[in-house]
Design a protein around this ligand. Sequence first.
Ligand code: MG
Length: 332
Amino acid sequence: MDRILLDAGSGGKASHRLIHDLFFRLLGNDYLTRMDDAALLPVSGPVAVSTDGFTVSPLFFPGGDIGALAVHGTVNDVAMLGARPRFLTAAFVIEEGFLMADLERIVTSMAKAAKEAGVLVVAGDTKVVPKGAADGMFITTTGIGEVLVQPAPSGHRAKPGDAVLVSGFLGDHGLAIMASREGLSFDVPVVSDCASLNGLVEAVLAAVPEVHVLRDPTRGGLITTLNEIAAQSGVEIQVEEAAVPVRPEVASGCSFLGLDPLYLANEGKLVCLVPEAHGDAALAALRAHPLGRHAARIGTAAAGPSRVVITTPLGGQRLADMLEGEQLPRIC
Ligand code: MG
């Protein structure tokens, strides 16, 4: 069988073949393969739970695919609570006629991402919908993680005086998806940054348990994320535009396309707010990790109205609001 047929989601023999021959072979573990109605997990204490639906288009893009993204995205959301992600569930909605080889490639990529992040896929579901009822494939993942520090980092905990850090170059994922969707190529190829950040989070928390806020600037990019934090915590966030790390090829691709890299999605970066006294230690911990080598301090939280104020390289100031509408639909 080289294409997924409707009966692969029927719950009957074809479903069982797909589950055993593909999902168990690539993702199998003692929880998943027991085949009960639910997995019984050995988790104690407070847990962090997050769920996300992935609809990225195209399914395969420079630097990743929907399978890797469905693992990284949910692992990262759980990790942003200062938790160690341990378990994932995955639900697939597949369009009839989907190539089996593509499904295998996507699930293989999920398995690799899950292994690297140290998480097990413990429950799953597959539905096949008639041709035209979905665009190829959608994946929904739910992640469960053990809380490592209390109180957990939260968007509500930013305080005036906090240093605002980012873990590296911004805008790579958004521009890579955009370029691959539009068939554009740049002199220096732009590749998605998609990666699991739980190791980076543990490194920074080990150095600075006092971290106030961790958040991954995905849809809507850095500025949207900072606006969310400003609103949740009731602080003004001041950003030095010149300090925000953006790759030259991303900056030039964005100016060509009329996009702002500070609003573009990232899938392997985090924003971190820490008390000023721990700013240098947190920055050093980020930079010591391979996924945080280009971390930078980009600003400060201040007492004031809930808003984001950017100081431009020429010294002017402007308000940076959340975007109206979607700059780039189906980015993740
Ligand atoms: Mg998030």
